[in-house]
Design a protein around this ligand. Structure first.
Ligand SMILES: *[C@@H]1O[C@H](CO)[C@@H](O)[C@H](O)[C@H]1NC(C)=O
Ligand SMILES: *[C@@H]1O[C@H](CO)[C@@H](O)[C@H](O)[C@H]1NC(C)=O
Ligand SMILES: *[C@@H]1O[C@H](CO)[C@@H](O)[C@H](O)[C@H]1NC(C)=O
Length: 370
């Protein structure tokens, strides 16, 4: 037992070594239109902003094969639009047997045959007998994954059993220390109100945890996953771990990812819960229940902006700490865009969406891949 514990501790203690990211110094001369200079001697990236209007975009190097980069034109990728999302012509629509009907892509109708849930129209999934079937409602049985359930429900199923005996239950609805049938290797189950789960020290069943926060003030610096500990749950008596990720800062510092009860993550769960309980979520295709393109098509601008901002804030957390200005501008284009939209919205502090709508319309061309 003790040996196992030592091995576990060693495994977790593998120390990270990170590259540094900073603005170029005044004495460094980069080539014309060069936005990134990789200096192998110091494991450092030196950056400068792109200034030519026709070439405003800096392609990011692959982290595994660091390299110099030059400024380029923006090449918007063609958007894929799925059933339930807004379109102008049928050629915009993917997986949409009926094409673009009254401005919305539409898929295969109820009781017609399908090969996957992607084929079916909104409100439907592809059943084990390959027929588009109404999504299973709250408490209903037979789901194999969350996508068989209505858009506000996940599937409570033992993933190892290969059964179809899952039960559809609302996201974030199962209270601390109540049982769930599965838990990801990272200790996550979005059916839990705390977002996290595990098997308690003296238990046999998987249960939801209490709401867990980082053990110290965030952002928590780290050098391995072993430093990324949560507060403890009295039933589990142990801490949980989050990932330690290299950031984009001058010192090559790494930071822990957030736990669900840390403030930005808590706000993200709150706004996701509001989305799942909205009328708008019903207009999305089952596979697109969390897709920003569907959310921005049907939800009010303020809530949609809040959701995207907090989702990015949680996902980008280790990377958005202690950035030089030019590093943030080049590496966090998407986060910065939504942060500004969110701040504009909070500043305006009224129900008039116009300011933020104009801001979004100007920027959305950059984010066609939503
Ligand atoms: C990378 O950029 C620096 C600074 O402009 C330059 O001196 C170096 O030759 C470049 N390296 C490669 C491999 O292009
Ligand atoms: C689909 O089939 C079911 C069961 O046969 C039936 O109750 C339902 O009305 C059908 N739906 C449509 C839209 O035809
Ligand atoms: C933590 O890192 C591992 C390995 O890089 C990855 O597979 C896993 O998804 C990460 N977990 C979270 C919660 O991001």
């Amino acid at each position: 037992m003790q040996i196992l514990f030592v091995l576990l501790a060693l495994g977790l203690a593998k120390s990270l070594s990170c590259n540094s990211y900073q603005c170029k110094t005044p004495s460094q001369n980069l080539q014309q239109n060069q936005c990134i200079y990789w200096d192998q001697a110091t494991n450092g990236y030196f950056l400068q902003l792109c200034t030519e209007i026709e070439k405003p975009y800096c392609q990011l190097p692959d982290e595994l094969t660091p390299s110099n980069e030059t400024c380029s034109q923006i090449q918007p990728s063609a958007p894929l639009i799925y059933p339930g999302e807004k379109c102008t012509t049928s050629s915009d629509c993917a997986h949409s047997k009926q094409g673009c009907l009254q401005g919305v892509c539409r898929g295969t109708l109820e009781n017609q045959s399908c090969t996957s849930s992607w084929d079916c129209d909104i409100g439907l999934y592809c059943s084990p007998t390959n027929v588009c079937t109404k999504l299973i409602s709250d408490g209903g049985k037979g789901c194999r994954s969350e996508f068989d359930c209505e858009n506000w429900l996940g599937c409570d199923i033992d993933e190892n059993s290969h059964s179809t005996e899952g039960t559809c239950r609302p996201y974030y609805s199962i209270l601390p220390h109540e049982t769930v049938k599965s838990c990801s290797s990272e200790g996550i189950n979005t059916l839990c109100s705390s977002n996290m789960c595990g098997i308690p020290e003296l238990g046999e069943n998987i249960v939801c945890t209490k709401p867990l926060s980082s053990s110290k003030k965030v952002p928590m610096p780290c050098d391995s996953d072993a430093s990324c500990t949560s507060t403890t749950d009295d039933l589990f008596k142990t801490t949980f771990y989050s990932n330690c990720s290299c950031g984009y800062n001058p010192e090559g510092e790494a930071f822990c990812n957030l736990f669900p009860n840390d403030e930005p993550f808590e706000k993200f769960i709150k706004i996701m819960t509001k989305w799942y309980h909205s009328e708008s979520v019903k207009q999305c295709h089952t596979m697109r229940r969390n897709a920003w393109n569907c959310i921005t098509d049907w939800w009010n601008t303020n809530d949609a902006t809040t959701l995207i901002y907090f989702q990015l804030k949680v996902e980008r957390w280790p990377y958005i700490q202690k950035n030089d200005m030019c590093v943030s501008t080049i590496y966090e284009v998407e986060y910065n865009f939504w942060k500004q939209a969110y701040e504009k919205m909070v500043d305006d502090n009224d129900d008039d969406d116009n300011g933020i709508l104009m801001y979004l319309a100007e920027g959305l061309g950059l984010f066609l891949y939503l």
